[in-house]
Design a protein around this ligand. Sequence first.
Ligand SMILES: Cc1cc2nc3c(=O)[nH]c(=O)nc-3n(C[C@H](O)[C@H](O)[C@H](O)COP(=O)(O)OP(=O)(O)OC[C@H]3O[C@@H](n4cnc5c(N)ncnc54)[C@H](O)[C@@H]3O)c2cc1C
Length: 416
Amino acid sequence: MVASTASAVHDTASAGQMLPDVDVCIVGAGPVGATLACRLAKEGITVAIIDRADLPPMEHPDFDGRAYAIAAGPKKLLEEAGVWEVLPLESCPIEDILVTDGRPGEPASSLFLEFTRDDASQPFGWMVEARALRVALNETLHTQPNLTVLAPAEATVERQADGATVRLHDGRTFRASVVVAADGRKSRLRSQAGIPLTKLSYGQTAIVCAIAHEFPHDNGALEHFLPAGPFAQLPMTGTESHPYLSAIVWSDKDGVAERFAALPDEVFAREIERRMGNTRLGKVTPVGRRWTYPLSAQYAQRYTDTRLLLVGDAAHGIHPIAGQGLNLGFRDIIALSDIMITAHAKGEDLGGPALLARYQARCRPANMLMLAATDTLDRLFSNNNPVIRLARDLGIAGVNRFPKLRKAFVRHAMGI
Ligand SMILES: Cc1cc2nc3c(=O)[nH]c(=O)nc-3n(C[C@H](O)[C@H](O)[C@H](O)COP(=O)(O)OP(=O)(O)OC[C@H]3O[C@@H](n4cnc5c(N)ncnc54)[C@H](O)[C@@H]3O)c2cc1C
């Protein structure tokens, strides 16, 4: 069994040199792989993490407007991994979420769903700038005693029943009990293991950017469903020049979204205001870069192979409608680190078939449910049929009338 990952090592390593063997080798130092590495190393498990990209350039020097909504369960994971405490910028708590339905340029339907501070004992989530998370991950990766960072580097992985041999392209080699594929949606380790992948396309592209606005957001988020796709406003911590700041994730039809994203600032701002469904933030001004992402969902048919585990986007990718993509990856890590830390304390093999099966059984069914839920939400709400619109508005308003149902939704989304 042979699997490989790509790139070159820019140091003075010599061919044939052996690096120390490790318990776990993680391929991919994105937010999911890097957090797993920090969490395991903190508990005395030896880890090597490989990324084909150099890590410091991932910390964009300027404000770039991309941010993650981190739920309560994943926040606790980041705290346990020692990452949360070194975030260079304050996160912004989400304390209210308004869910509405409408059409561009029109006020939202009068039937709505609102999650308020009374529905939960803590914020629904925390908005963390992508760049700030990267800075904190890089710092933590480099201060863990049991952790070796190999980046930029590429490796070839040979997996056998009793362990894996990892060969860097500069010739250095080491053994690992298990290899974790955290190498993103296009995971090479997943395809080399022959794990089938199912893909769903939405014909939608997301425009992601930051906006400054006239009035404060009061830590409130908006999910406004429009016929071409959902429009989300997520509160962010303000800066000196922009005290009232939010992130926008605006999904629209492929082709159309790219045209909107290329509009001059003034026209783009008016299009955003037309999609809010209300005027509570007042006049808006785009800040920083605009990003576009074609949207699709995908899932691996299984999360394991001999001495191999898939985590994060390598295992699943979902529609960003509920801002849960990274949270799902973090939930993989919560389960996997829990399983591995317990097994390590008992002196068990961290790459044995029983441990791998436990991980898949704990994560895959819940992830498939979330994928199905976000898929259904998008199909139900990206629809202009008047009968479907009325039915979903009544559904939204119905949930709003029952505090117990609202609280159940909140608990699930927060991962608690
Ligand atoms: C528009 C949009 C908005 C989103 N908003 C949210 C949100 O609000 N909240 C949320 O929870 N999620 C959100 N997501 C999802 C989130 O961005 C992803 O789920 C997350 O980035 C996945 O992290 P990862 O570490 O699994 O993979 P990645 O971030 O893709 O990292 C993979 C890493 O592997 C490395 N790599 C790849 N191939 C190799 C190789 N062969 N060898 C070595 N290294 C390799 C790459 O360099 C990279 O560093 C959003 C996504 C989109 C598209």
